[in-house]
Design a protein around this ligand. Structure first.
Ligand SMILES: *Cc1c(COP(=O)(O)O)cnc(C)c1O
Length: 355
């Protein structure tokens, strides 16, 4: 099967090979060394400010979102949540669950946020945003958001789970207090690890906040991380894969080159399906994903035929959008031939009258 979902995505053979061995014991100086290198490579790739730290949580990306809401924010915060789809909605649910005072800025599905939507929110203390709202494919205007936050002394917390490596992301440039990503998106290794980079202002908050949980505790993760360890047994294999993958990226032109390749895969796909009966959903799309609205047929039907007749996984949307929209991911180990197979399959479906 060719996998064009948005995660877990396809991995390159070097990465798959790592999972072919028994998991090594991890309370060793060798593993600590790998973890310390993972931390510094992530901070370098994010262009994190001096004094930043990075922790690796054994959880899906949502674990890092929840940890952020629990451990970095507190009950004195007034939080702006940008909500333009299912991942924005998840932050709203987390704020509700953990009783964080918040206001949603609702963005119409597929639409870019406008500066005027933030008017009146100048006295807030924190903002939560999914840099790329993966359900609609929109890449938010992070420069505008960052400028608003900077001007009003609002701390910016960025879910870049699907944007890291796919879209331009400069943690220091954005003055983001924390940035999260996950192992199964553009990092293109197995699921299981959420990554959280923390600038000094976030570290200070963690230090000052009361401990509210154990497994997702950032105090514990930071303390153990000083010696390259984790408080509990981590997804060791995934962390070894992350190490290999980060080294490969750095030796092959770094983040810039990785982003260029993802952007070129996305551009090639988008320009090759222009004449098919689809509407592009996102106003300013991320390089990671193209969300498509088929004009004549149900999206679920397209996903099913691609899977059953062409051996291709596309990514269905959930909930009330399931029949309306499907998505094609451009992250992971996708060769030019793979991309052409997908494009050919869609054109073939069109000739068969299935679109
Ligand atoms: C994938 C993703 C997540 C996390 O999903 P998990 O299934 O918990 O790993 C969070 N936010 C965004 C924007 C995502 O794309």
């Amino acid at each position: 099967m060719l996998n064009f979902t948005v995660g877990p995505v396809m991995s390159n053979p070097d990465i798959i090979e790592i999972a072919n061995h028994s998991t090594p014991y991890f309370r060793t100086p060798e593993f600590s060394e790998i973890m310390l290198e993972n931390e510094s490579m992530i901070l370098e790739m994010l262009h994190a400010p001096a004094g930043s730290r990075c922790v690796f949580l054994t959880s899906s990306g949502t674990g890092a979102m929840e940890s952020m809401v629990m451990n970095i924010l507190n009950d004195k915060d007034k939080i702006i949540v940008i909500n333009g789809g299912s991942f924005g909605h998840r932050f709203v649910e987390l704020c509700e669950l953990h009783k964080r005072e918040h206001t949603q800025v609702k963005c119409e599905f597929g639409h870019q946020i406008k500066r005027r939507q933030l008017d009146g929110l100048e006295d807030y203390t924190a903002m939560l945003v999914n840099m790329h709202e993966t359900s609609s494919g929109v890449l938010y205007d992070m420069n505008m958001i960052s400028e608003f936050c900077r001007k009003n002394n609002i701390q910016l917390f960025v879910d870049a789970i699907s944007a890291f490596l796919a879209d331009e992301l400069d943690m220091e440039g954005l003055r983001a207090a924390a940035v999260i990503t996950g192992s199964q998106k553009a990092l293109a290794v197995q699921p299981g690890i959420a990554v959280m980079a923390l600038a000094p202002e976030a570290l200070k908050r963690i230090e000052e906040n009361k401990e509210v949980c154990m497994y997702l505790s950032l105090k514990q993760a930071l303390k153990n991380g000083e010696r390259g360890q984790t408080p509990f047994t981590p997804a060791v294999t995934t962390l070894l894969q992350i190490h290999k993958r980060l080294k490969e990226i750095l030796s092959q032109g770094g983040v810039f080159e990785e982003r260029r390749m993802i952007a070129s895969t996305a551009e090639n796909f988008r320009s090759s399906i222009k004449d098919l009966p689809f509407e592009f959903v996102a106003e300013s799309p991320s390089n990671a994903v193209t969300a498509l609205h088929p004009i004549n047929v149900r999206a679920t039907e397209i996903v099913k035929i691609l899977k059953n007749e062409y051996g291709i996984w596309a990514c269905p949307n959930g909930g009330d959008k399931a029949d309306e929209i499907f998505r094609i991911g451009h992250i992971g180990y996708i060769t030019k031939e793979d991309n052409n197979k997908l494009i050919d399959a869609l054109h073939n479906m069109n000739r068969r009258g299935l679109l």
